[in-house]
Design a protein around this ligand. Structure first.
Ligand SMILES: [Zn+2]
Length: 394
C-alpha cells in the first residue's frame, strides 16, 4: 500500500472515531488508534486544514491543563442517507456527521418478501427523498440500508429477496441511486448501534433481540459482531421452541417465531376479537390507517387485558429462547430493541419469569435483561453507522 493511501486510511480511521465518540482529544485519539501523539497531531492538523473537523472548547478537567477536543465541522457538512427496512415498512432519513437528523424519516408501506415490484419501489422512494432534501449529491457520503433476510454484507447480496442478475444488489442500488450504497441485516445493525451508543455500550458479550414483525438477534462476542461462516448467524427465532406446530415463514414448523413475532401476536388478537373478546383492539383494528402491530403495542401500553395476556404469553416463550442463549453464550447483558421495544417494559416480567424458571441460577444471575431507549430509531442509526464504517470521506 502506498504511503499516501495509508495516510488517507489513517485519517478516515480518525474521522470514524470522532463520529462514534462525538468529540475526542489528541490523547484519546492516540489511544484509540494506537499511534503516537506527534503522528496523531499531524494528521488531525491536516483534517482541520481540510475543514473536516474543528478544535472545540476544552474537555472536562481530570486535573492539570484541560485538553482541546475535536469534532466534525458543521460549517462543512457531509450527509448520510439511512434506510431502515422491515417486513412491512421502509423508512428513510438523512443525518449529518454530528448524528443530527437533518431530514426527518418518511415511511413507505413495502413488503419486500412478497412485492414483485419492491426493488423498484424502494429505489423510487430513496431517489425522491434525496431529491426533495435539496442536498447536493457530492455532499452525501452514501446510503446505508438495513434489511431483513439473509444478507451477506461483504458480497452486498440478500438471498431472501431483491435478486439482481449479474450484479450484486449493493452495486445495483449504487448504480440506480448514483451514490455508494452499503447493505446489512437489520438485526446486525441494531446490535451494533446498541453496542456503540445504546443500552449495550462498553459490553463485550452482548445479545440484542430485535423485536419486530419477526424476532431477530444480533450477537456481540468479545466486543465485535459475530456473523458466523456466511454472515447468517443469529437466526434465533427459528429455534424450534414453539408449543404449536404452526408453519413458519421459513417453511419449517414449530419455530419460536410462530408465537413470538408481532405478526403472530396480532393474528392471535384478531381472532380473539372476532370470537367476541372484549378489548380496545376491536376499535383500534378498525382504523386501517395505522399498522395493526403498532395498534397492538399501543393497546398493550394502555393496559388492555387481551393485548397484555397475548403479549406476556409470547414474552414467556421469548424468555425460554433467551434462556437457551444465556446457557450457550453467558452474555453480560441482553437488550430488547427494535420496533417492539416501545412495549419493552411489558415484555420484561414474563421474560424474567422464564429466565428464572429455565436458566441455571448461577449463570442467569450474572446476566441482565434491559429495554433499549433507542427502540425503532436503532435501525436508522445503524444504517447511518454502516455508511460511516465503509465510506470514503471525500
Ligand atoms: Zn422458522
Amino acid at each position: 500500500m502506498s504511503g499516501h493511501l495509508k495516510n488517507q486510511q489513517f485519517k478516515e480511521d480518525i474521522l470514524r472515531n470522532v463520529y462514534y465518540k462525538d468529540c475526542l482529544s489528541l490523547t484519546e485519539l492516540s489511544k484509540l488508534t494506537s499511534k503516537s501523539l506527534p503522528v496523531i497531531t499531524s494528521a488531525v492538523n491536516e483534517l482541520v486544514n481540510d475543514g473536516f473537523i474543528i478544535e472545540y472548547g476544552l474537555a472536562p478537567s481530570t486535573g492539570g491543563r484541560r485538553p482541546a477536543v475535536f469534532l466534525f465541522n458543521k460549517d462543512k457538512p457531509k450527509y448520510i442517507v439511512a434506510v431502515a427496512m422491515d417486513q412491512l415498512v421502509t423508512r428513510v432519513a438523512i443525518f449529518d456527521l454530528l448524528k443530527t437528523c437533518v431530514c426527518p424519516a418518511e415511511q413507505l408501506d413495502l413488503n419486500p418478501f412478497e412485492d414483485a415490484e419492491g426493488l423498484s419501489k424502494l429505489i423510487i422512494f430513496i431517489n425522491s427523498f434525496v431529491e426533495r432534501s435539496g442536498l447536493p449529491k457530492e455532499k452525501i457520503l452514501g446510503v446505508g440500508v438495513g434489511m431483513p433476510g439473509f444478507v451477506n454484507s461483504e458480497k452486498g447480496i440478500n438471498e431472501s429477496f431483491f435478486y439482481t442478475e449479474r450484479i450484486s444488489l449493493k452495486d445495483y442500488l449504487s448504480k440506480e441511486i448514483g451514490l455508494p450504497v452499503f447493505i446489512d441485516n437489520d438485526s446486525s445493525l441494531i446490535a451494533l448501534t446498541e453496542l456503540r451508543f445504546g443500552a449495550g455500550t462498553d459490553c463485550k458479550e452482548l445479545l440484542v433481540v430485535n423485536i419486530g414483525w419477526g424476532t431477530g438477534l444480533g450477537m456481540i462476542i468479545n466486543g465485535r459482531l459475530f456473523r458466523g461462516h456466511n454472515g447468517y448467524a443469529g437466526e434465533f427465532s427459528h429455534i424450534p421452541l414453539s408449543n404449536s406446530n404452526n408453519l413458519c415463514s421459513c417453511g419449517k414448523r414449530g419455530c419460536l417465531e410462530v408465537e413470538t413475532s408481532l405478526l403472530a401476536m396480532v393474528e392471535k388478537a384478531k381472532s380473539a376479537v372476532e370470537s367476541g373478546a372484549e378489548s380496545v383492539l376491536k376499535s383500534l383494528f378498525e382504523d386501517q390507517t395505522k399498522l395493526a402491530g403498532d395498534q397492538f403495542l399501543e393497546a398493550a401500553r394502555r393496559g388492555d387485558p387481551l393485548a397484555l395476556s397475548i403479549l406476556s404469553e409470547s414474552a414467556f416463550l421469548l424468555g425460554k429462547g433467551i434462556s437457551t442463549l444465556i446457557h450457550i453464550m453467558n452474555p453480560e447483558k441482553i437488550v430488547l430493541s427494535g420496533r417492539g421495544a416501545v412495549a419493552g417494559r411489558m415484555f420484561l416480567p414474563a421474560i424474567q419469569q422464564a429466565v428464572n424458571e429455565f436458566c441455571i441460577h448461577k449463570i442467569a444471575e450474572q446476566t441482565t435483561v434491559v429495554v433499549s431507549e433507542l427502540g425503532s430509531e436503532a435501525e436508522l442509526l445503524g444504517a447511518a453507522n454502516l455508511v460511516v464504517d465503509n465510506c470514503s470521506f471525500r
